[in-house]
Write a protein that binds this ligand. Structure first.
Ligand SMILES: [Zn+2]
Ligand SMILES: [Zn+2]
Length: 216
């Protein structure tokens, strides 16, 4: 490893205390699995239908911080074939198929973001869906807004929820399954309460799994 090699060649000389601190900091950064792993992933953020640009820009910035790169792409139309008139909702699996058709370099991920309400069969609704260890994920913002439940708007709360759901679905595309740790972003949200309790971070266990998978 480059940092280690640098230290052993420097050991022969007297290293001032401040240099030690800098080297230690560098080592800590280099050894932190989150910093190392997530940097390799490029996220293409694809709005599906009309989505508020401020929310998208905020999300893009957050994902850039967490995963290294995030590009905001132009909107695509909501695929009408995904609409179920009986339910008044869109089948998220059909939206994933649409996203699958977008060409991106290997190992890059596509995250669709939409305002329409999503479902999969046997569930009333989903906050999002992703292909496990695949390239596509989608999240719906509809049920993340307090207005959906008749409460006053709360932009800060809404944005936190959006980031958590986005990181969660992207975690699936990186190969992670659900995690039993309620604070971990990979915890399964059965309701918004679960989303509000969990953080937007991967727990140490999930980080370790990401590291192992990235070394395969
Ligand atoms: Zn999940
Ligand atoms: Zn976890």
């Amino acid at each position: 490893m480059r940092v280690t090699a640098q230290i052993s060649s420097m050991k022969r000389r007297k290293i001032p205390m401040r240099t030690h601190t800098i080297i230690l900091t560098l080592l800590l950064i280099a050894c932190h699995p989150e910093e190392r792993k997530i940097v390799n992933t490029n996220i293409f953020l694809v709005p599906i239908g009309n989505v508020e640009s401020e929310s998208l820009q905020f999300l893009a910035e957050q994902l850039k911080t967490k995963f290294g790169k995030c590009e905001l792409k132009s909107n695509i139309e909501i695929p009408q074939s995904a609409f179920n008139p009986k339910r008044g909702q869109y089948l998220s699996t059909a939206i994933l198929s649409k996203l699958e058709q977008i060409n991106v370099p290997e190992d890059n991920k596509i995250l669709g973001v939409t305002n329409v309400d999503l479902y999969v069969s046997r569930l009333n609704f989903v906050f999002g869906e992703a292909s496990l260890a695949g390239k596509t994920a989608v999240i719906s913002l509809a049920r993340l807004k307090p207005e959906f439940y008749g409460s006053p708007p709360n932009e800060s709360l809404f944005r936190q929820r959006m980031v958590k759901e986005a990181v969660h679905e992207l975690g699936h595309t990186l190969g992670l399954r659900h995690c039993p740790d309620k604070r971990c972003v990979m915890y399964f949200s059965n309701s918004l309460r679960d989303t509000d309790i969990k953080s937007d971070q991967f727990c140490q266990n999930c980080l370790k799994k990401l590291e192992v998978m990235s070394n395969k």
